[in-house]
Design a protein around this ligand. Structure first.
Ligand code: NAD
Length: 424
């Protein structure tokens, strides 16, 4: 069976689905690994390094003719057009937020396996959890960017020219990315506080060196599957108001908050921004075209407010560390692929919980319950269509974004798309 590494086509995407070190595990089970020429260029991985590791360097058309196509992000239109019935494509396709792509892949007869939909709590899915691996990288890079943008030191410095107090960093949202941001800021010497609307994250935040902030005006908003639920309007207002005081006391804020199927919540309002000291820095990992965790943030742009607060709209963070991100992603995608192969051939089992979670299209149809065509009640079969009475993302989705590098926000967190895991 031929497995190919397809060169990414998204603008600015530098990751590659397999690194040379990952090839031997696949060839060991009888797979032929084809690598599109130049696929690793963005991550400084040469064709020769793939060939030395046992890969066969091929043209794009040869790569796209393999039985299994390994990708990082979504295939573009030309790539989908070149795909053939019976092929399997594996990647972080963000299909929950892009049902149109799921339809196109189904029409092409492609079995789409979307890594971002892996059931993350299954122990055997851990090595395949690309959302976590990429969020880890994003959290690390967010802290590094914050330190680079900040016009002062992160650590306490005592020198002959004076003493610099350590930076006070606040991390909002302590999921995978937030915890890594805390750890990285701590290693840089900052004094770190953290807040999450799920109180159970307190011990995790403390274990990586943060002081956990507990708000008195908002209770727990723990939702299903270890994720947060959307806040009510009253809760949101109370949270924003109380957070503003904490935000004003910090030099640097890193925001990572996401709610499945929702715009990321707006945590730093215009008023909170005005209360921050000039020279403060915010890195918004939720920045997207629809907004972010921070009022006025724009993806891929750095803006400075009239009060002198720098807001970095962080996007594409994993891709900005392509060697590390590709190496981790390669382990995730290889682990998933190996779990699907028996005796050198694909052995797909729709009854398997893990496979049922990631297989979105099969046999010319969209088969994932979260995206399958409307049932008799007019709702996508198996899907909870509402959260607190508002439509959830798959029905309303308009854009897919990287969990780690994207998210969207705005003044209302309930009215648009952004699915954790709609990753790239
Ligand atoms: P995420 O990207 O969905 O969200 C990031 C954080 O934002 C979350 O901690 C969430 O609680 C927080 N948040 C949402 N709304 C907020 C608000 N209004 N104010 C403040 N914070 C808000 O999260 P993630 O990093 O993907 O992780 C989600 C969960 O999945 C975590 O509990 C994580 O430990 C868990 N997880 C479990 C496994 C496993 O079981 N093996 C693997 C990976 C992740």
């Amino acid at each position: 069976m031929k497995v190919s590494v397809v060169k990414e086509t998204a603008p600015g995407e530098r990751r590659v689905a397999l690194v040379p070190e990952a090839i031997s595990k696949l060839t060991a089970v009888g797979l032929d690994v084809l690598v599109e020429s130049g696929a690793g260029d963005g991550a400084w991985l040469t064709d020769d390094s793939y060939a030395d590791a046992g890969g066969k360097i091929v043209s794009r058309s040869e790569a796209l003719a393999a039985d299994v196509l390994l990708m990082v992000g979504k295939p573009d239109e030309a790539t989908v057009a070149a795909m053939q019935t019976g092929q399997v494509a594996i990647g972080l396709f963000g299909l929950l937020a892009d049902p149109g792509l799921a339809e196109r892949l189904a029409r092409a007869g492609v079995t789409a396996v979307s890594l971002d939909m892996i059931p993350r709590t299954l122990p055997r899915a851990q090595p395949m959890d690309a959302l976590s691996s990429q969020a880890n990288i994003a959290g690390y890079k967010a802290a590094i960017i914050a330190a680079a943008e900040f016009g002062r030191f992160f650590p306490l410095l005592i020198t002959a020219a004076g003493t610099a107090r350590p930076a006070k960093v606040l991390v909002l949202g302590t999921g995978v990315a937030g915890l890594q941001a805390i750890g990285t800021a701590r290693r840089l010497g900052a004094v770190v506080s953290a807040y999450d609307v799920r109180p159970e994250t307190k011990t995790e935040a403390e274990s990586v060196g943060a002081t956990f902030i507990e708000l008195t005006s908002v209770g727990s908003a723990s939702g299903e599957g270890g994720y947060a639920r959307a806040l009510t309007d009253d809760e949101r207002q109370a949270q924003q108001d109380e957070l503003a005081g904490h935000i004003a006391r910090h030099d640097v804020v890193i925001t990572t908050a996401q709610v499945p199927g929702r715009r990321p919540p707006l945590l730093v309002t215009e008023d909170a921004l005005k209360a921050m000291a000039a020279g403060s820095v915010i890195v918004d990992m939720g920045a997207s075209d629809l907004g972010g965790n921070v009022a006025g943030s724009r993806p891929g742009e750095t803006v400075v407010t009239e009060h002198g607060v720098t807001i970095v709209g962080a996007s594409g963070l994993p891709s900005s560390m392509p060697a590390a991100a590709s190496a981790m992603y390669a382990r995730n995608v290889s682990a998933l692929l190996l779990s699907l192969v028996k005796d050198g051939e694909l052995a797909l089992d729709p009854e398997d919980e893990l496979q049922a979670g990631v297989i979105v299209t099969r046999g010319g149809a969209v088969v994932h319950p979260a995206l399958a065509p409307p049932g008799p009640a007019g709702a996508p079969a198996g899907q909870d269509t509402s959260v607190d009475g508002e439509p959830a993302a798959p029905a309303a989705a308009t854009a897919a974004q990287d969990t780690a590098d994207s998210a969207s926000a705005g003044s209302e967190e309930g009215s648009a798309s952004a699915v954790p895991g709609a990753a790239s």
